[in-house]
Design a protein around this ligand. Structure first.
Ligand code: ZN
Length: 290
């Protein structure tokens, strides 16, 4: 499901600037551990270019809607087919023919290759041929979660945007701004597993899912398992929860998000009076069960 709100902030800005200056590259490799976010970002740019609404991209005008629904004649999405582990050359070949055609609505066409790390070698080589055709009015987005699995020859023909790198530095700033010391920030460096657990926990809370109580325990175990800096990890979890709450508040979900943030502040006070981490998570899970 494409979602123009779940995008890389600095990455979409970077693409927008390139578009506005007429400097959009003919091929991008978007690398992100969160492939959905990278895919959304590519579609965000395509909608931005084609949107007929006032606030571009609105995601609601006819052009945006057709792009997001996969019905726009100038936008092609290649992805792994159901029950298949890889992208075969047969899926790439038709693009070659498309390359020769002119755009039907805008002034260029877009090829989006999702899960590009799953291109078979012949498919990757066919892709390479497409990328060598600089004259065609086509912008190609390759989306991948692992740059190590992309052919160097493909990499050298694309402009690489590395989401995790930019996310990492903006995350550091977030943590420092929320009272963590640099030492603590360094202790919570490899956080993917915890990030995921916090995200699930937050979603369950917000959906008033009774499973949140189970996730609270899993999250507490996960934090206990970290080799160093238990206190830093605990702080980290609270900062992430706050970030999620604030994000929803920005999206216009005032009442529920404000209630959540108020509860989070209460928990923070409990934390400072030495109530244990798991008890605090439990408190949230129980409070939000109803
Ligand atoms: Zn639009």
């Amino acid at each position: 499901m494409l979602d123009l709100k779940q995008i890389g902030t600095s990455e979409s800005r970077q693409l927008k600037q390139a578009q506005d200056r007429g400097q959009l590259s003919h091929a991008y490799l978007l690398l992100s551990s969160d492939e959905a976010e990278a895919l959304n970002t590519a579609y965000w740019l395509i909608c931005y270019v084609n949107c007929t609404g006032e606030k571009k991209p609105d995601g609601t005008c006819p052009a945006c809607r057709r792009i997001l629904a996969g019905n726009h004649p100038d936008v092609f999405l290649i992805d792994t087919e159901e029950n298949k582990q890889s992208i075969a050359i047969d899926q790439i070949r038709p693009l070659k023919q498309e390359l020769a055609k002119s755009p039907l609505e805008g002034d260029r066409r877009y090829f989006v290759i999702n899960h590009a790390q799953k291109l078979t070698l012949p498919a990757a080589n066919a892709m390479l041929n497409l990328l060598e055709e600089p004259a065609a009015p086509v912008v190609t987005f390759l989306i991948a979660n692992n740059g190590g699995q992309i052919l160097p020859t493909i990499k050298s023909r694309t402009q690489i945007i590395n989401f995790s790198q930019q996310a990492a530095s903006s995350k550091d700033r977030l943590l420092l701004a929320n009272g963590m010391s640099q030492e603590e920030v360094d202790q919570v460096k490899s956080s993917q597993e915890v990030d995921q657990a916090v995200k699930y926990f937050y979603q369950e809370l917000r959906e008033h899912d009774s499973l949140a109580i189970v996730s609270a325990h899993q999250l507490a175990d996960l934090v206990k398992k970290q080799k160093q800096g238990t206190k830093a990890w605990e702080k980290y979890v609270w900062i992430l929860l706050k970030k999620w709450g604030e994000k929803d508040l920005e999206k216009g979900d005032y009442q529920e998000a404000a209630n959540f943030l108020a509860d989070l502040m209460r928990v923070d006070q409990m934390r400072q009076s030495n109530v244990g981490f798991l008890n605090n998570l439990d408190y949230l899970a129980l409070k939000w069960q109803q």
